[in-house]
Design a protein around this ligand. Structure first.
Ligand code: B12
Ligand code: SF4
Length: 436
């Protein structure tokens, strides 16, 4: 299985994100291994395309199937790497999956030349595929969740209907990751506690329908095993919204607290009271990331965030009050951006010592914002958008729907970046480590 390279600068505080195990791979790879396959993970984050191409011989000689995940910035890599691998290993089955494949399967399959795509969740589909391949089934495209591309576009024999029950996710074999195998431990990693999100913000791509979670006691047990078996000190939850159910948050705190593992999560700045925040801190929570986007009611309404300025302030105050490190995401380039909105956001940052994390709008295919951007900026050409996304991410790539002059929007972005640099701590400096 291949993790493509990506061009992001390591964000302060998130340095571990560039080498620690990813939740999707750990689960799928462990399931495949348990089913008897010999699995390797090629983790190419931080590599150049040329460096990745050097592995082609190794892949071609050693494996029957290659699963590649497609992130929003993987298009250019896929269109260069997959054809090269196919010509070197014409008999190898090349499978694409992941969030970008789910949002634009036809273009990715066509332009890369991979034989098969798996939309949505990969666990059951990949396992079935492997079983069928071993059983020498002739037409793998007949499997549920598998799509192929032909003259008529993307075709499915059967769409994926069964959601993967998260309680069946195996405890991950992290030593499949080269970085963990080398060091013999895993200090920090991503962990999936729940899947899906009940909200519908216009800029967000939600790869999974519905909302499911692992039982809290199972999460507690996993934390204990991570600490014992991999000497894990910090876990970051991948849950899109950690606090969609307050009762669950409390149950999770009870379950993970005894492990002594520090953790962080992404939450909506809505309904976090001092009592909830204190329970989180007691259970080892060190950092919470709030999707504020813009501290401005008109902007929040514009992106369908379902939040108000008052709710944001109340949650931020509660979290800061109990000593949590609070990071707030801000979206720069919103249609509703005005000079007054920018001033209001900067006043918010004067008032609260949170760490801002700015992003220019990321017009993801498959989102309302992405469709708007596709027409207004990319002339309806999805490939141009995908190339843009492949390069986006280091702050040089400006995208805005605001009517303000580019200079004003950029100044706002770089002001937030400055504040991030001054206030943010590196992962090592942060208070995220250690027992509590
Ligand atoms: C943690 C995280 C990160 C981390 C780690 C990166 C990572 N790729 O995991 C960091 C901080 C680095 C990051 C960065 C970015 N991220 Co991010 N991130 C997430 C987050 C919160 C969790 C990912 C996760 O582990 N999910 C749980 C696992 C189980 O789900 P999964 O990864 O989708 O995998 C499942 C399926 O997709 C599929 N699958 C995945 N890979 C494969 C491979 C094969 C072969 C198969 C068959 C199936 C398959 O099966 C898996 C299990 O069912 C998601 C939101 C979310 N909750 O999912 C956003 C998300 C993936 N990120 C997103 C974006 C936009 C970004 C950035 C571009 C943001 C930016 N501009 O900086 C960068 C891109 C960097 C990159 N190349 O990944 C979008 C992607 C949208 C899209 N259409 O591609 C998401 C969905 C957020 C959103 N709602 O908009 N991100
Ligand atoms: S931005 Fe957050 S709250 Fe909104 S839909 Fe996405 S994950 Fe859910």
């Amino acid at each position: 299985m291949v993790v493509p390279p990506y061009p992001h600068y390591p964000v302060r505080g998130l340095e571990f994100a560039h080498e620690s195990p990813l939740a999707c791979f750990s689960t799928i790879a462990t399931l495949l291994e348990r089913a008897g396959a010999s699995v390797s993970i090629f983790d190419w984050r931080g590599q150049t395309l040329d460096r990745c191409l050097e592995y082609i011989g190794l892949l071609a000689a050693g494996y029957d199937v290659c699963g590649i995940t497609c992130f929003s910035n993987s298009y250019v890599f896929l269109t260069r790497f997959v054809p090269a691998l196919r010509s070197e290993a014409p008999r190898m089955l090349l499978v694409l999956g992941g969030p970008l494949l789910s949002s634009c399967p036809e273009i990715l399959l066509r332009d890369s030349g991979a034989q098969i795509g798996m939309l949505g969740e990969g666990e059951v589909t990949f396992l079935n595929l492997l079983r069928e391949k071993v059983g020498r089934a002739t037409d793998l495209s007949q499997l549920e969740g598998v799509c192929v591309v032909n003259d008529h576009g993307v075709i499915f024999a059967k769409r994926q209907e069964t959601a993967f029950p998260l309680e069946r996710a195996p405890f991950p074999n992290l030593s499949l990751w080269p970085s963990v195998a080398q060091k013999g431990h895993c200090r920090a990693l991503y962990y999936e506690g729940s899947r899906g999100c009940p909200y519908t913000c216009k800029m967000c791509y939600r790869p999974f329908p519905g909302l499911r979670s692992k039982p809290a006691d199972r999460i507690g047990k996993d934390f204990g095993r991570l600490a014992r078996e991999y000497r894990t000190e910090f876990v970051f939850f991948t849950d899109g919204t950690f606090n969609w159910d307050v009762a669950r948050v409390c149950a999770m705190c009870d379950a993970v607290g005894p492990s002594g593992v520090g953790w962080g999560c992404m939450a909506r700045p809505q309904g976090i009271t001092r009592a909830i925040a204190a329970a989180m801190v007691d259970a080892g929570c060190r950092v919470v990331r709030f999707g504020v986007e813009s501290f401005d009611n008109a902007s929040l309404r514009g992106i369908g965030k379902g939040l108000t300025e008052r709710e944001i302030e109340a949650s931020v105050e509660a979290a800061l009050d109990v000593g949590l490190e609070v990071t707030c995401w801000f979206l720069v380039g919103l249609e509703t951006e005005t000079k007054e909105m920018i001033r209001k956001n900067l006043r918010f940052l004067d008032k609260y010592p949170v760490v801002p994390r700015p992003h220019y709008l990321i017009p993801l295919p498959g989102t309302p914002l992405g469709s708007q951007a596709l027409e207004s900026r990319f002339g309806g050409n999805v490939r141009r958008l995908l190339v843009y996304l492949s390069e986006e991410g280091d702050g040089r790539h400006y995208f805005s729907l605001s009517a303000l002059p580019r200079k004003t929007t950029e100044e706002y972005y770089f002001r937030l970046r400055e504040l991030q640099a001054v206030r943010g701590r590196t992962f090592e400096e942060g208070l995220w480590y250690g027992s509590h």
